[in-house]
Design a protein around this ligand. Structure first.
Ligand code: SF4
Length: 340
């Protein structure tokens, strides 16, 4: 019997906004998205970590510190070192397993990777956003898709894990281009991804375009539909989706920073519900009236039932009674229907 327990993964986020980033992507207002305007001093990093550690169980946890928010490798090498060194006491004591950080594809080089390799950095996440050059250009990204591919190859060759983030609904983006971006991300060797629908945030160049009628954000339903197609592509690969939808910062929740676009606190659940609606389509075409028991893997129980029971309600219109049952024997993303 395998006695090794599955560890719970935690990432302690440390936001290093804008200062490090000389760009202005049209959708980005780092200060507002990360909810702060100053960048943390290294001593603050220590207290951020301590604060989080106090809430995480010691046993059975795999904990990383994540430097997010800006372009980590755009900081001076000295500053990068100071931040990375702030984590060392925790990795040396064994409480923290490693570091992850996010940066831009054009801020990766052999020299930069050599520096990161001297520290317990495990994963480097690149903001790919799109693998379509026209979309990248219209979004003011300042890099091309081939730079993303080259940086990905360098990261993998240096022995790091690779994460590639993508967005849906950027200017010039289409459903086809989004699906294509997902395929290119898989080809680039990423082991994980994050998918963000584009939201128009106050004070960004995108707000100006939106107000001038030059940018039309996706409707919530469209964003769910496109993201669902993208998720389906990733599901057929080994790429793990670690996030779908923007983190609901205070400014988005109280709508002070929100201008337009498909923001929803439960965006991931909505996408998962839609994926399961599609999986149930076939049985919805079958004869009505029977009672039905649907067995799914326990991990799939909530998404299969759907956001606010949407899928259960849909099936209840069709079958006399509907029961969902968790069954560890059923593979994830599959279901078995028992008719009575
Ligand atoms: S590179 Fe990143 S931090 Fe800089 S403007 Fe673009 S999205 Fe924002």
């Amino acid at each position: 019997m395998n006695t090794e327990q599955k560890k719970h993964h935690f990432t302690i986020p440390v936001f290093i906004p804008m200062e490090a980033c000389p760009f202005q992507c049209i959708f980005c207002d780092q200060d507002r998205i990360s909810g702060r305007t100053t960048i943390p001093e290294p001593v603050e990093v220590n207290s951020i970590i301590q604060r989080h550690l106090a809430t995480i169980p010691e046993k059975g946890s795999d904990i990383e510190v994540g430097f997010f928010g800006g372009t980590f490798t755009g900081l001076s090498p000295e500053k990068q070192k100071v931040y990375l060194e702030a984590v060392l006491p925790f990795t040396e004591s064994g409480r923290i397993a490693g570091i992850r950080l996010s940066t831009r594809p054009d801020f990766i080089s052999s020299r930069i990777l050599e520096l990161l390799g001297r520290y317990p950095v495990r994963t480097i996440e690149l903001g790919a956003q799109s693998m379509d050059d026209e979309v990248l250009r219209k979004s003011g990204r300042g890099h091309t898709s081939s730079q993303t591919r080259e940086a990905s190859a360098l990261i993998l060759a240096a022995g790091f894990s690779l994460g590639l983030q993508m967005m849906v609904g950027l200017p010039g983006d289409t459903e086809e281009k989004a699906v294509n971006t997902a395929k290119r991300i898989i080809e680039s060797g990423a082991s994980e991804t994050r998918i963000y629908p584009v939201i128009v945030i106050k004070g960004t160049p995108l707000e100006k375009l939106f107000r001038e009628g030059k940018y039309l954000p996706l409707e919530l339903d469209e964003a769910i539909q496109i993201t669902k197609d993208v998720v389906r592509v990733f599901d057929e690969s080994n790429v793990k989706i670690i996030r779908i939808g923007l983190h609901p910062s205070e400014g988005l929740l109280n709508r002070k920073e929100y201008i337009a676009g498909p923001f929803h606190v439960s965006f991931r659940e909505l996408v998962m519900t839609a994926l399961w609606t599609d999986r149930f389509r076939k049985i919805l075409e079958e004869k009505q009236g029977e009672s039905i028991g649907i067995r799914v893997n326990p991990a799939d129980l909530n998404p299969a039932i759907g956001y606010y029971g949407k899928n259960r309600k849909l099936l209840e219109k069709h079958f006399r009674s509907v029961k969902f049952l968790p069954d560890p024997e059923i593979k994830e993303k599959k279901f078995h229907a028992d008719r009575h």
